[in-house]
Design a protein around this ligand. Structure first.
Ligand SMILES: Nc1ncnc2c1ncn2[C@@H]1O[C@H](COP(=O)(O)OP(=O)(O)OP(=O)(O)O)[C@@H](O)[C@H]1O
Length: 326
């Protein structure tokens, strides 16, 4: 078994296969690596949660997969296979067709993917050919927006961020029913009851249509509810990938452990919330393990050699010391 096996989706050939993806951003100070050596597979109908602190590269991975990176970003290494297609090599018209009907993206900031000068109703019809009144009602109802049916001649600025987010979910998930849905913090702006409704709807889409999903979130409670497997990112690298139950029960990477320790409610009432000392700043440029400066189990080798992925139980973990009695 090679070292990427645990990053593989269970059984059958994967729908999506990402290998050694690397992305850099061009900045005034030079090129900054944002994503490095990211590898994972996704089976049909599987949901992979992607977690990690702000700036760890989650959105960059999703936008690289759909080839919608910012203008100052470029993919410097890696392959992305979606079925038979090599997504990084496809010509733009073919990629656009895939984005049109087989790969859906729910972006983190809804405003950036809507035209400010066109009514919301018109934009819905652009995205969903042959959208009739009955289907429209069904879509809006699915995301709890029935009340907006009479307001679709309004412009995006007349709607709240949460309403626009739900409209985009309705289009990307329910309207297109894609084979692959990439969702970037889709429920963060929603209140608890609407969030629960949207999560149920996404799970129902997976059950009915078999859509696979990569679901980015900061919220570990959400990730535990929706994911089959979870990938943990730190400073541009996927440091651990494991089935959701195993990741929460037996986190292997010291960063994953620290994340779990920081979950409110895991400790007795009155105990101060645990935080992770230090910051991630500059970690993506380090020669060794990016977590070394903050790691309670750091050894000399961690500062000089980047750990290769290793299998431990059902996890794939990038840590020199994982598996030791730390
Ligand atoms: N347009 C940009 N120009 C330069 N650097 C960028 C740009 N966008 C992102 N980055 C950098 O790339 C890295 C990864 O950012 P990314 O947005 O992918 O992280 P993230 O994990 O999705 O964060 P968040 O949870 O806050 O959305 C960060 O260091 C970020 O500063």
């Amino acid at each position: 078994m090679d070292a990427t096996t645990a990053a593989r989706a269970p059984a059958g050939s994967p729908l999506l296969s990402v290998r050694d993806l690397a992305v850099v951003f061009r900045t005034r100070g030079g090129e900054v690596p944002a994503v490095r050596e990211v590898s994972f597979d996704l089976a049909r109908g599987e949901i992979l949660g992607l977690v990690g602190e702000s700036g760890s590269g989650k959105s960059t991975v999703l936008t690289a997969l759909t080839r919608m990176l910012a203008r100052n970003a470029r993919v410097t290494a890696g392959t992305v296979r979606f079925g038979d297609a090599d997504l990084l090599a496809l010509r733009e018209p073919a990629m656009r067709r895939l984005r049109g009907d087989r790969i859906g993206l729910i972006p983190q900031r809804p405003m950036t993917s809507l035209s400010p000068a066109t009514t919301v109703g018109r934009q819905l019809r652009w995205h969903l050919d042959g959208l009739d009144g009955h289907r429209l009602k069904e879509l809006l109802g699915g995301v709890g927006l029935d009340a907006l049916l009479d307001r679709l001649d309004g412009y995006p600025f007349e709607f709240s961020g949460g309403q626009l987010q739900r409209l985009l979910i309705a289009v990307a998930a329910l309207g297109k029913q894609p084979d692959l849905l990439l969702a970037d913090e889709p429920t963060t702006t929603l209140d608890a009851t609407v969030q629960a409704q949207v999560l149920r709807l996404l799970l129902d889409l997976r059950d009915r249509v078999g859509s696979a999903m990569v679901f980015v979130t900061h919220d570990l409670a959400v990730v535990s509810q929706v994911s089959d497997r979870v990938g943990v990112m730190y400073a541009g690298r996927l440091v651990e990938v494991a089935p959701v139950g195993d990741l929460f029960a037996t986190p292997r990477h010291p960063y994953t452990r620290a994340l779990m320790e920081a979950i409110p409610g895991r400790h007795a009432r009155g105990t101060p919330l645990r935080t992770i000392p230090g910051t991630v700043t500059g970690a993506n440029r380090l020669p060794g393990c990016p977590f070394a400066p903050r790691c309670p189990a750091v050894a000399d080798v961690c500062r000089t050699e980047s750990p290769a992925p290793r299998e431990l139980g059902t996890s794939l973990v990038r840590c020199h010391r994982a598996g030791e009695d730390l």
